[in-house]
Write a protein that binds this ligand. Structure first.
Ligand code: HEC
Ligand code: HEC
Length: 169
């Protein structure tokens, strides 16, 4: 009897935790993904994931590239005077390989709190975290990366980790 009520208690605790986690997850995901693309069949703007490859290319060219280019240019005007799709996609952009994250960009440490990145490249890490990630998430209608859920658009949406893609990318 004592054992079975203990088991039931555990189950109840498990169930409560699952419900709590579900509520937190809904809270986090609440208003994402956002419709950022052209109108879909139901009269609502398409979310990034719902767009075709052609629609994604157009969106990259008209929304993502101009915003990212402006940020990189304001940071290092000479180096980023002219940027195009190869900034992020590398030579893949010329052969229609737009897969991200990409080996074209330097691999990052995989550390959740970016310790090694802050140590080796403080200014670019700050810029990316405070400006690039929010600009990109907004442009794509995606939630920014959260260290709690370990999901969302962040560094590893563009960069690989030491052994490959990380955090569900
Ligand atoms: C500032 C960086 C950046 C630039 C510049 C950029 N892209 Fe992207 N692109 C991304 C990222 C990040 C993703 C992946 C988004 C996701 O799904 O998380 C992506 C995804 C894509 C995809 C979808 C690939 C797939 O398999 O779903 C296409 C197509 C694409 N880009 C085309 C372009 C084109 C064309 C240009 C130039 C006009 C361009 N991109 C410029 C960052 C960039
Ligand atoms: C939208 C794509 C994208 C995202 C998101 C992104 N980066 Fe980058 N990252 C780039 C590009 C493009 C470069 C190459 C240009 C440069 O040197 O900054 C780069 C370069 C770097 C470099 C190398 C800098 C150097 O001088 O060698 C580091 C370190 C870096 N990123 C860290 C980060 C960190 C940390 C995050 C998350 C906070 C992040 N990146 C998010 C696109 C991205």
């Amino acid at each position: 009897m004592a054992l079975s009520s203990k088991v039931m208690f555990m189950n109840l605790k498990t169930i409560i935790s699952i419900i709590l986690v579900a509520f937190i997850a809904i809270g986090f995901l609440g208003c994402h993904p956002k419709g950022v693309g052209p109108m879909g069949p139901n009269g609502q703007r398409l979310a990034w994931k719902e767009m075709s490859i052609e629609q994604r290319k157009v969106h990259m060219g008209s929304v993502v590239l101009p915003r990212a280019a402006a940020l990189f240019r304001s940071w290092r005007p000479e180096r980023f005077a002219e940027v195009n799709c190869t900034l992020c996609h590398g030579q893949g952009a010329k052969t229609e390989n737009f897969k991200m994250p990409t080996a074209h960009l330097p691999r990052l440490s995989g550390e959740l709190l970016l310790g090694p990145e802050f140590e080796a490249h403080p200014d670019t890490t700050r810029l990316k975290l405070d400006r690039l990630v929010p600009i990109m998430s907004e442009a794509l209608g995606l939630k920014s990366f959260s260290v709690i859920t370990r999901t969302g658009f962040g560094c590893y949406s563009c960069h690989l980790g030491p052994t490959g893609p990380m955090f569900g990318n």
